[in-house]
Write a protein that binds this ligand. Structure first.
Ligand SMILES: [Zn+2]
Ligand SMILES: [Zn+2]
Length: 263
């Protein structure tokens, strides 16, 4: 089993070592750490150098264009470009567009700035030949439009929940595009239909820890080990054994992130 999207930096994880050890006990072979800003990107690299189980993403969340962010977009992209050289880095992200309503204290999020930050990261991904971890909230169509203007990209739409039409749009981007499904699959019936419409060889599973905790631990803090419950639910939906499901999903994740030593 592989958790393809978790946040374990100090901001999120209270008991990091215990969480990682526990993930091993759950049978996880790899945890891919998502990053939301430069600090977390640096921390992910450090963690992945210390722990074989961890793989690092470096990236900048679309909300890093919010007015209180001190680094300019150019500065963020330049720093990211340097971090992406590290051999421990397996992907750029999470990056993309987030058009969900901003909190009340904020009037409006700049869509233009988000696009500039996103395109900057696409260029970094191309330069270093890395896949993209896409965060597209209320913005899948707009995100696909941007990605279509580049060639030979690969990546995953993390925390995907779109209907058939949107699935097809992502599939049409090319054979190197994947869908990430989270713990809400265990309690949102609508997501089961989404999953049925995604080709089996394009699906990966994730926790988005510490968020989106699956049944039977809903309401608690999520951790990578709990991805097991998402695998179990998927096996049920596919009508396959857990072993067969695991084999298919882990192959997909290995292909997407070029993960080695999966054992
Ligand atoms: Zn996200
Ligand atoms: Zn995330």
């Amino acid at each position: 089993m592989i958790d393809t999207h978790a946040h374990l930096t100090s901001r999120f994880s209270q008991d990091f070592e215990k969480t990682v050890e526990e993930a091993k006990e759950f049978g996880l072979k790899k945890i891919v750490l998502s990053a939301s800003n430069i600090e977390e990107s640096e921390e992910n690299i450090k963690l992945s150098e210390e722990w074989d189980l961890l793989a690092a993403c470096v990236g900048i969340h679309p909300q890093q264009t919010d007015p209180w962010i001190s680094l300019s977009i150019d500065e963020q992209i330049n720093q990211l470009d340097k971090l992406a050289e590290n051999p421990k880095v397996v992907a750029i992200g999470e990056c993309g567009l987030d058009f969900s309503p901003p909190p009340p204290e904020e009037k409006e999020r700049s869509k233009k700035k988000q696009e500039i930050l996103f395109r900057g990261q696409i260029v970094v991904a191309m330069k270093h030949n890395l896949p993209l971890v896409i965060h597209a909230r209320k913005a899948v169509d707009e995100t696909v439009e941007i990605l279509k203007s580049y060639k030979n990209l690969s990546g995953v739409f993390h925390c995907f929940a779109g209907g058939k039409k949107r699935i097809n749009k992502v599939v049409e981007l090319g054979e190197n595009w994947y869908f990430g499904i989270d713990g809400n699959l265990t309690y949102e019936v609508g997501l089961e239909e989404v999953v049925r419409n995604i080709p089996k060889n394009r699906l990966v599973l994730e926790t988005d820890s510490p968020f989106l905790t699956p049944v039977p631990f809903r309401g608690e803090i999520n951790k990578p080990g709990y991805v097991k419950y998402v695998y179990q639910k998927l096996a049920e939906i596919w009508g396959m054994s857990l072993e067969e499901t695991e084999k298919q999903i882990d192959e997909n994740a290995g292909r997407l992130f070029t993960l080695d030593n999966l054992g």
